[in-house]
Design a protein around this ligand. Sequence first.
Ligand code: CA
Length: 229
Amino acid sequence: MHTVLFIEDDDAIRLALRLALEDEGYDVVEAADGAAGLVAFGARQPDIVLVDLGLPGVSGLEVCRAMRSTSSVPIIIVTAQTATADLVAGLEAGADDYVTKPVVPRELAARMSALLRRVQLSGVADATDGVQKIGPLEVRRDQQLVLKDGVELSLTKTEYRLLCEFADHPGAVLSRDQLLERVWGYDYLGDSRLVDAHVRRLRVKVEAVPDDPQLIVTARGLGYRLLDR
Ligand code: CA
């Protein structure tokens, strides 16, 4: 059974989603604000976190950043609207995915199980692949880690899978839809902001100058590609 930490200040929403998630077989740990959420995170070590961005006190963004500073736990943010800067900020703060209010329990459960499945898949070491060198990077699939100039990078599971997707297709342009399907596993039309925010985060970690990428470059109007040189 997976444990989900659900941080939400609205009692009615928290109760409704807790019941729905328990029906899906989750063990639900609730927190009504960001500070309590961070305490519960340390105490309960959940398998996945669901955090509302609109929280009093310690904001949802701060919660994401604090968790990301110590953990690669899958995080889904809950936003009031998709058309806000909040959503992009949440993704850049380290969230793997998002859902919008009003949250449809079945959609949320589908997102959560897709995310958990990816984490489990990427937890299976691929012993057949050796070390792949890409510029200053060294991708060690057997150990699930990436080194840059010999120093281990701290990547989330989603960032790791995204980088491996590029590494599997060096030089090839990958569209945002292809990346969504292969990395997030969505078979419906997804949101390209997920891809863009993750590419930006990956660049911050792998590029010498993130604003002038030399590894993961933009193919204008098409998507992204990895320059292998
Ligand atoms: Ca709220």
